[in-house]
Write a protein that binds this ligand. Structure first.
Ligand SMILES: [Zn+2]
Ligand SMILES: [Zn+2]
Length: 337
């Protein structure tokens, strides 16, 4: 089967023939219908993140159809339409027992980090990793929910927003556009920040009330203006550079929370005094819980969490990654193997 594999930092992904995985006990073989291309892919190429082994097949936003089930699998059947939760938690450690499976101490697998991901014709995953995709939801639209939509739900739960809050979504890639929608559902006013007019247009269509282009306007000043001088209750930082961190901190109001979701090679300077006096907080949000994917699929099927996708064949993965890096992807690029 064809697969797009990562061989190491600074090297382009190689689309090549690899052996089809053998279906083992407790696992299911999924025929991949769609695999979203996430900003994390660029972090691998740049060496900010490193998988546990190389070569490894990337792709962690995967939806498809079950092709084979291994011994002992009873909860899914051949032909089922499924979305894959990319982090396969143990279900037994203290984090899993508390419902925080995204922090699992002993994960069974992690697509594109320790186990082969979905930039391939087929993928083998534990049966516990697959979730049914409702009929109303197209598999191409479901794939990006597996990371971008679900990560947005998790970040909102970390932030603890309330109706009437104002939140800044700093960066409008896949996660940012999902955040705009999830926040609107919670009754939160959204200020979206992005350098691309097309992305800002889309953010506005999805519910952002105010849009700011940081290459032309001062983000903090626009946020103050939009909040009667108070500043934002929450800023979701999806970029993670020194510059965006400074603008995010300057946009916060009293008791405001800066929630880090994105990161880069940069370091961010923090002035404790400036945080302490208005009791501001810095929080972080990593990945998502399996239950949050259940919720994302439900919202997607109800038309409340929309993914805007551009499809491309698997063989075009290098071009798609170049487009993503250059900011030319509006919404999510999805590979079709
Ligand atoms: Zn991702
Ligand atoms: Zn665990």
């Amino acid at each position: 089967m064809r697969a797009a594999r990562f061989y190491g930092t600074g090297r382009p992904l190689v689309v090549e023939d690899v052996e089809r995985p053998q279906t083992t006990q407790g696992h299911v073989l999924v025929e991949v219908s769609a695999a979203g291309v996430c900003g994390t892919e660029l972090h691998f190429l740049d060496g900010l993140l490193s998988p546990a082994r190389t070569p490894i097949t990337l792709g962690h936003e995967v939806a498809g159809v079950v092709a084979e089930v291994g011994d002992g699998v009873t909860e899914v059947a051949v032909g089922d339409r499924v979305a894959i939760h990319y982090f396969h938690a143990c279900g037994r450690c203290r984090w899993c027992r508390a419902g925080d499976d995204h922090l699992c101490d002993a994960p069974l697998g992690f697509l594109a980090f320790t186990t082969d991901g979905g930039f391939a014709e087929q993928i083998l995953v534990p049966a516990s990793a697959v979730l049914p995709v409702p009929d109303a939801l197209d598999l191409t639209a479901a794939a990006p929910l597996c990371c971008s939509g679900t990560t947005a739900l998790h970040a909102v739960s970390v932030a603890g927003v309330t109706d009437g809050d104002t939140a800044v979504v700093y960066g409008t890639g896949g996660v940012g556009l999902a955040l705009v929608q999830v926040l609107r559902l919670a009754g939160v006013r959204v200020v979206a920040v992005a350098r691309s007019a097309a992305r800002l247009d889309l953010a506005r269509q999805l519910g952002a009330e105010v849009t700011v282009d940081p290459s032309r306007e001062d983000v903090a000043a626009r946020v103050r203006e939009a909040t009667g001088g108070a500043g934002a209750d929450v800023v979701f930082e999806l970029v993670g550079t020194r510059e965006t961190g400074a603008a995010a901190l300057a946009s916060l109001g009293k008791r405001g929370a800066l929630v880090y979701v994105g990161y880069s090679f940069d370091r961010v300077e923090v002035d404790p005094l400036a945080l302490v006096v208005p009791e501001q907080r810095i929080l972080t949000s990593v990945g998502n819980r399996r239950a949050e994917l259940v919720e994302a699929l439900k919202l997607g099927a109800a038309g409340l969490l929309r993914t805007t996708v551009t499809t491309a064949p698997l063989e075009d993965v290098a071009r798609v990654l170049d487009d993503l890096r250059a900011g030319r992807v509006v919404g999510r690029a999805v590979l079709i193997p």
